[in-house]
Design a binder for this molecule. Structure first.
Ligand SMILES: [Mn+2]
Length: 382
């Protein structure tokens, strides 16, 4: 706990220094601008003659909105931070749109990166709308992802000149590493390789090349320890930020204090989870499912699938604050349907959202619809 408060202090310090560096006048200008109703006219005039008194606040901020729940999201944020600086906003799927709606209001935002956050039928239109506003405000936007995406969304994003880096064949951190390699140091390839491992994508063309730079066992234990620290700190945003900063600063997971001790605690919890899943697991003809009460659904879902003996596992956890269930779905190697696509459509039809990969995906389902979601999914995956 202590070191966290130290972190918080050092962070504040950093940002204060930044603001001071950026000249005091900017702040004053911004305030005046907000009060004056003539803002727009002044803006137009000052555009050409960018002279001493620009009313428009200068856009200087770099922000990366990335997925907070796994190594790929955290690693992507670290890679963007190393390449471009700036701060990360780490979110889960339910928090994704909220974060976008926040940053769109930030008058200092200069460039935005969005990483490892797939879209669904439910969210894609709003996503395009927000990015359109950002582009109108001349914010540079880069969207890096590898989840299944509606081709029309890519078209729409290209049209508004969002830099779309999308490939379902590699994980997001590997895509980010490849795109911005020239701005990254050697260690970034390790961060990307760890992300590929946790996303089951270390056998893909680029992922495998990155992994072979390192000793396989060393990379595996590093990726695993990272993952356990990320999963176990979901409710501590400061710690997740700290991980991003340390990885961006070329630290190995074992160089970050207490990560291995923390991973030990997590594996103990997981072994208890095995016992709990054995007790609470329910099965239908085509899937196993279970409500999770005291851990994350994604940590349990592999056990639910494995122990059920079915080709699909579903674990769901209530998010009381949102009135929804966060649902994790996994398919075995023998699962022949694309779960991400099925879950996207089904979740949307029930007033939720969802999607992802063929054998690993997630959904947000309104609380009263969870039973229906499971019975319908069971029907659709024969
Ligand atoms: Mn990913």
């Amino acid at each position: 706990m202590n070191f966290l408060s130290v972190l918080a202090v050092s962070k504040t310090k950093k940002s204060t220094t930044k603001t001071v560096k950026k000249k005091v006048s900017k702040k004053t200008t911004k305030k005046t601008a907000a009060k004056k109703p003539v803002k727009k006219t002044t803006k137009k005039i000052s555009k050409k003659s960018v002279s001493k008194k620009t009313i428009k606040p200068q856009r200087t901020k770099v922000i990366c909105i990335s997925h907070k729940e796994d190594c790929d999201g955290i690693s992507s944020a670290a890679i963007i931070r190393q390449a471009f600086g700036g701060d990360a906003i780490l979110v889960d799927y339910p928090g994704q749109m909220e974060a976008l709606n926040q940053v769109v209001l930030d008058e200092k935002l200069k460039s935005l990166f969005i990483c490892d956050l797939g879209l669904s039928k439910k969210t894609q239109d709003e996503f395009i709308d927000i990015l359109t506003t950002l582009r109108k405000n001349k914010v540079s936007v880069t969207y890096i992802d590898h989840h299944d995406i509606d081709p029309d969304v890519v078209k729409a994003l290209n049209k508004i000149k969002v830099n779309v880096i999308h490939d379902i064949n590699e994980c997001t951190a590997v895509l980010a590493y490849t795109a911005f390699k020239s701005k990254l140091n050697d260690h970034a390839s390790f961060v990307a390789a760890c992300a590929a491992i946790t996303d089951y994508m270390e056998t893909r063309p680029i992922g495998s090349k990155l992994l072979q730079i390192y000793d396989r066992q060393f990379a595996l234990i590093s990726a695993t320890v990272m993952t356990y620290n990320i999963v176990g700190h979901q409710k501590e945003p400061d710690y997740l930020q700290y991980l991003v900063e340390e990885l961006a600063d070329s630290k190995f997971p074992h160089d970050i204090p207490n990560t291995y001790e923390f991973a030990q605690i997590q594996v103990e919890k997981l072994s208890q989870m095995i016992a709990k899943v054995k007790m609470g697991l329910k099965t239908m003809s085509n899937l196993g499912h279970m409500e999770i009460l005291d851990a994350g659904a994604s940590g349990a879902v592999n056990f639910v699938m494995g122990l059920s003996g079915k080709n699909v596992g579903v674990a769901y956890k209530e998010r009381v604050d949102h009135g929804i269930y966060a649902v994790s779905v996994r398919g075995s190697k023998d699962c022949k349907v694309h779960l991400g696509k099925i879950v996207n459509l089904l979740a949307t039809s029930l007033g939720g959202s969802g999607g992802g990969h063929d054998k690993a995906c997630g959904a947000v389902i309104p609380k009263p619809k969870i039973k229906k979601f499971i019975t319908e999914l069971n029907k659709k995956i024969k």
